[in-house]
Design a protein around this ligand. Sequence first.
Ligand SMILES: Nc1ncnc2c1ncn2[C@@H]1O[C@H](COP(=O)(O)OP(=O)(O)OP(=O)(O)O)[C@@H](O)[C@H]1O
Ligand SMILES: [Mg+2]
Length: 372
Amino acid sequence: MKIELINVSKIYKNDVKAVSDVNVTIESGEFFVLLGPSGCGKSTLLRMIAGLEDITEGILKMDGMVANNLDPSERNLSMVFQNYALYPHLTVEENILFGLYKKKNMSKTEKIKKCKDVAEMMGLEQYLKRKPRELSGGQRQRVALARAVVSEDPVCLMDEPLSNLDAKLRTNMRKEIKQLQKRLGITMIYVTHDQVEAMTMGDKIMVLRNGRVQQIGKPLEIYNSPSNTFVASFIGAPPMNLIPGCIENGEIILDGGHRLGSLRFQQKRSIQEIIVGIRPEHLNITDVNNRCSINFNFSVKYKEILGTETIITVELGRQEMFIRCNGQVDIPIGKEVGISVETDKICIFDKETGMLINQLSDYLNDVKMISS
Ligand SMILES: Nc1ncnc2c1ncn2[C@@H]1O[C@H](COP(=O)(O)OP(=O)(O)OP(=O)(O)O)[C@@H](O)[C@H]1O
Ligand SMILES: [Mg+2]
């Protein structure tokens, strides 16, 4: 089922504007992630789609039909809540059967057969007679999922369904949910504040901040070309390095005086004050005397050797900068190192608005390269 939101806003009774003017189309069969920090309006938006919350302004369409005033039970969707919301006094089987309460025409035997099938698919056959309290967190989560998918509704809404699980279980459940969604071909709207979940599960991501859409796009589009500094720092861990600087005579100069070396570009716009965004993996540690085009010297302030990679922190003025190195890089704290920048990957943001001006790689075609 295709879902469209047209200029949708939500103002709560206490005048809190939780969602502002959201426009988006969620295609049928898409895994769509709503991503943003706590309080940005994710649950509000999801609850408006579910019909659990009135839409203050704007239009919700489901398969082209206006659905603003449809009763939740008429919307053909299932929902999984953050706290699972299982009935504690019912068994696993009864909880799953609850997902079929709308199916008035289905016989009891048919319902039980469906429940068995889904339980098998979710690896829950041996727990059908247990109560939720006799299950682990991951098993309870699977019951909540089973109850949602048993209905075979074309849309499934999930609100932070994995937040109560430990790291390993989350990784497994991420895969399970994604596979289940593809197998059933349903439209998924999935709320999370976890950027890893968003990146790994989403066909598309919508980033929200203070109820406003910041960017809608495929995970890698958002990662590579964040529309503003908020998105840039929200996606990626450690986040993109955001370093204030300016453009002077077509040359980028970071605050503190570091020049982005031989790289110059013709100034086509009047923007002077900028923020330079560099992902940690686009910085490389070099010898102090390395003669590559853009090379700064810093001393190592902190290091995290994680096994497959090492995160080195250096100080640039009062600001920290993260560098992601492959493998185990054991550099003593305080040691002077050189850092080279993959300049074609950097992002330039307008300092005043925080908006992406352009990626430098887009400039390179009509850029005048002058070696210093
Ligand atoms: N029933 C309500 N009445 C008034 N204000 C509310 C209500 N529910 C939520 N809000 C406010 O609306 C804003 C958005 O809340 P919402 O629950 O949608 O955020 P969220 O993105 O889901 O956050 P979290 O990640 O913490 O769950 C918040 O400022 C919140 O305080
Ligand atoms: Mg929420």
